[in-house]
Unconditional design. Structure first.
Length: 361
């Protein structure tokens, strides 16, 4: 018999979701409540969700007193809270760097340490597929890919440090840990992927596409990501498959970023640019701009170099490990996900457009 057994699973019990008022967090909380779970949500802002089985805590995840209160009586933690700083590099100021580390690394460590001291059984860390991105094409890469050693952006840099530490803590004082590596997350409630695109459109900067049109990436529809997270938590049991492991969780549909985005452009009545610009040219320009931003306090660049690299260099990942060890299978394909998300994206763009017009009036 193998050392681990895919049939060994456990109940989630009482659940804590950090970042519970955010895009992923709100969808996560609703899903868990629909499953009949008792849920505790922790975030810096108030959660709009009201439910008899939901307790909401508001505050800074770096607050040790608040964290003790949040984790007491909890069985499973889904740690989704993070600050997403896509700029970075060697020119980043100490203040900028320390802020990201204080939340993404030090607060994560404190959360794990206090949680296991109070008897939490399992801890699922939301990492990122960027922890292995090193500027080279990755096509169907798996979890054997080494961590990147680049310091291209603070989000990736801090995710590498935190993921490695969380996995090293697996089994300490009987608390089991694993890490989930999503790709770019999208779906109803999205405040990152398409919101950033809409910002570029409304600022009049969307004049060209980046790359040559054949580069591919993968994405993580929010409900596929949540499915993967829950399955990982269920397999965080002694003798189970998940303890100490990292898993790529995505839609398993590698696609060019601009091909993927086209239905949304059409729905909001915006033409997709025809002009294409090589990614390396854009990245080098943004790297110089970012350097000047940090060194001489110039305005921040509209995009980070790492964001351009995402769409101009192949980076898509196999979910075979998650399929084999967790029973993960993306429930939603891109077509269905787009159908579910389009009303939200149309409303989001319309709202952003009205806000811009009001600000300029």
């Amino acid at each position: 018999m193998s050392q681990t057994d895919i049939t060994k699973t456990g109940e989630l019990g009482h659940v804590l979701v950090t970042g519970g008022a955010g895009f992923v967090g709100q969808n996560f909380v609703k899903t868990l409540l629909d499953r009949g779970c008792k849920v505790r949500s922790l975030d810096l802002v108030e959660s709009p969700i009201k439910h008899k089985n939901l307790k909401v805590l508001k505050g800074d995840i770096r607050d040790a007193v608040l964290i003790r209160k949040a984790v007491k009586g909890i069985d499973t933690i889904f740690h989704t809270a993070a600050v997403i700083e896509m700029k970075g590099g060697p020119a980043a100021t100490k203040e900028y760097r320390d802020f990201s580390y204080s939340i993404n690394v030090e607060a994560t460590k404190q959360l794990v340490i206090l949680a296991r001291a109070l008897g939490v059984k399992r801890f699922v860390y939301t990492s990122s597929n960027s922890v292995v991105l090193a500027g080279k094409p990755l096509r169907g890469a798996d979890e054997t890919e080494p961590y990147t050693e680049r310091r291209r952006d603070l989000y990736t840099e801090t995710k590498v440090v935190a993921e490695q530490w969380v996995l090293e803590q697996n089994g300490v004082d009987r608390m089991l840990t694993c890490a989930i590596r999503p790709s770019s997350i999208w779906g109803p409630g999205d405040q990152t992927m398409f919101k950033k695109i809409f910002e570029q459109i409304l600022a009049g900067r969307m004049h060209s596409k980046v790359g040559f049109g054949f580069e591919k990436l993968d994405n993580s529809f929010v409900h596929n990501l949540i499915q993967g997270q829950i399955k990982a938590a269920e397999h965080l049991v002694e003798g189970g498959t998940a303890p100490g492991q990292a898993y790529f969780i995505n839609d398993d549909e590698p696609i060019n970023a601009f091909v993927f985005s086209k239905p949304v452009f059409e729905a909001i009545g915006v033409k997709m640019p025809r002009l294409t610009v090589p990614g390396k040219i854009v990245m080098r320009s943004l790297e110089a701009w970012e350097f000047m931003h940090f060194k001489f306090n110039l305005p921040s660049p509209p995009l980070a170099p790492s964001e351009v690299e995402r769409v101009s260099v192949d980076n898509y990942f196999s979910v075979n490990k998650a399929r084999t060890e967790l029973g993960y299978d993306p429930e939603y394909d891109s077509k269905l996900g787009m159908e579910m998300s389009m009303p939200y994206y149309k409303e989001l763009f319309a709202t952003m457009k009205l806000e811009k017009e009001a600000a300029e009036a």
